[in-house]
Write a protein that binds this ligand. Sequence first.
Ligand code: GDP
Length: 298
Amino acid sequence: MFATLSDRLAATFKDLRGKGRLSEADIDATAREIRIALLEADVALPVVKQFVGAVKERARSEEVSQALNPAQQVVKIVDEELVAILGGETRRLRFAKQGPTVIMLAGLQGAGKTTLAAKLALWLKEQGKTPLLVACDLQRPNAVKQLQVNGERVGVPVFAPEPGNGVGDPVGVARASVEEAKRRLHDVVIVDTAGRLGVDAELMQQAADIRDAVQPDEVLFVVDAMIGQDAVTTAQAFLDGVGYDGVVLTKLDGDARGGAALSIASVTGKPVMFASNGEKMTDFDLFHPDRMASRILD
Ligand code: GDP
């Protein structure tokens, strides 16, 4: 992902190489090129405008440091602005001071929630936590089974509905899971919720009801980076309908242009916290805005 964006930006910077000082025309031309590169990569228009405006302003006004030539100075500015739109600092999970930390996952069907739930559980387990996975996706046939299979792969127990345990009632299951976690001394509860193929009111309401029932410490919005421009609209819809604290980008191993996913933090004001980039349970990590920016500019 981001190969096209990377290549285009590299070509833009190449045009600046060897220049002793940047004229107003150089800065305008560079800004135009960066604008095209970002738009072609699917970065959302308001983000592009803000980005290009900031780069132009800084390229004009900042003292060129002794150590950098003008081309390097522009790369540095673009790097810093990329980090800024990606959310700045790496945002880590907040754990509850008392009782189990409840993490709720929300997002469209196919976003990668169920896979991510298990990846996150493994990641937490490797840090000495004792997570409990909770199957509240009672919409998609097989979702419970899939979570159980994934749970087994990572060696983390799954709390799944059984008769009398709230079958067909995801809110009841979610509530019961927190009690179960307290009883069995799990320190983190990861609640997988149902998604639909498109945003719909009933889905939002269900997720909001689960949220109200378990009062999560963190709600994570899970989004497939491959869905292009829709990623930003969906992110906004979930922010309005359910609300969340952070974003998880999935399928970053894909070959889509990815710019829309890069716009989410900037558009919603919510940080990207994790990145998922493959089918293996270990293809998952904290999202580091600075590393992602470096990768794009590499
Ligand atoms: P859910 O409907 O949101 O629970 O989505 P799933 O977890 O079932 O994922 C949908 C599909 O995407 C499955 O085939 C997963 O194997 C696949 N998937 C999930 N995460 C990733 C990822 O990071 N990279 C790739 N390549 N595939 C993924």
